[in-house]
Design a protein around this ligand. Sequence first.
Ligand code: GLN
Length: 532
Amino acid sequence: MNTKYIFITGGVVSGLGKGCVAASLGSLVLGKIITIKCDGYLNVDPGTINPYEHGEVFVLEDGGEVDMDFGHYERFLNINCKSSWNLTSGKIFYSLINKERKGEFLGKTIQIFPHVIDEIKNQWKSLVEQEKPDLCIIEIGGTVGDWENQWFIEAARQMRSAVGPANVLYTHLTYVPFLANVGELKTKPAQRDVALLREKGIIPDLIMCRSEQPLDAKIKDKLALFCSVERENVISVPDVRTIYELPILFKDQGVISILTNRFSIQTKNMAAWEKLVHSIKEPKHKVKIALCGKYTDLRDSYASVIEALVHAGAHLDCAVDIKLVETSAEKLDASGVDGILVPGGFGSRGTEGKMNLIKFAREKNVPYLGICFGLQLAVIEYARNVCNLERASSEELDTMTPHPVVVFLPGQSNSTAKGGTMRLGSCTAKLDPRSLVASLYGTPEAVERHRHRYEVNPEYHGILKQHGLCISGLSPDGKLAEYIELPGHPYFVATQGHNEFTSRLEKPNPLFYGFVKAALEKMLRAVKLQQV
Ligand code: GLN
């Protein structure tokens, strides 16, 4: 096995999009790829961090709750990552301290150098030994110079001699600001930033420069000179209309030959990808979707849902214009939308508003997609307004409800260490072969990732069905409602899973595809009516 390593560090400011850059570089490569993300913070994983602070919690097949950059890795590389690929300082220290408590270092002083650095390198190496990839991409979160990621940077430096210089490529993402008063891109912050990285002993092979506009030849020359890299290894990463354009942009700047000159690896034909990017950039149609949630002012909170809509749109030659609707606001405005989506959520704030929008979608034949909480609220709305179960609710929202149509079912999770009671990771559902959901998946079973505590109460399945709701997918034991739909409605579908996590640009999730298609049909019908 001769695994190649690409390290990605960042500098000047955070939020430049290292995850997208790392994923885009990987997307040019053919072969098995693993992606390791190293975050400096002390949480063992991001599962307990409020989305306001850290963006969306991305859920993996194995139930791992990981950094949202894993979403980029999976979407660009079409791979299923593992939770062991998300390292944090917390995870490293936790493992080291456990070893120390078990007496594995008896008599020794445990120190950052060498123990923490060695622990990091060992974890990287053991992941590579387990997975045997052709390429291992290691992204180091934060910026060079941060206190909390120093050990990861030092471990990255040491890997050059550990695995051999010919097997390592150091990539640094930096920032080239545009100063409006002088009308110029300024290279000094990037020069200083690269100097700081060199001070830490890492000489970057590739310098990726984020900027508002593309870098011209003069700026590239200047950066090459002052950062001591080849001119063709200075890559421009300007603002783009869609992040999926990045691999194409890299390819056009010669990144493929930089990779193949360094490593003996094969690269991909990007024609199909280019076609999809073209339909995102120049779509024939456009639909408007209301995304109803609690953290709607932060697009990062719903990153995967938004991407899944983009993927479906790319395959339908249709742009998806997302209208974020804050459902705890007093006046809800979903007018003029072609579809309504209620994504996952927790707690009662904004739920009545969400249910009003679901009722509107159900009664007015507006396409609806409910994800996790979006399924539970659709069931509650149906129980109240169609089955006439007064004050029906979820135990999460109202412990005194006379009709707990959504309940906590103990025994869902075997995780106790984190105090966790969530059902996490991939679960299989058996689909009703006559249902819309089965025809969308095209298979008798569907597997999606889950992250929730509550379930539709099996005692109420009967009454919901009697009143016309179709429970179109059940857990293999027949107890848990995994999918619901409304026969006769153009598209009223909800799932207890988080189907946004399995959507890829090259392979959109079937329920998102069906939803955007239904929204597009609604929009086209409305246009036709106007013309009559
Ligand atoms: N709050 C709900 C539950 O815990 C839904 C969770 C979610 O949407 N992820 O079951």
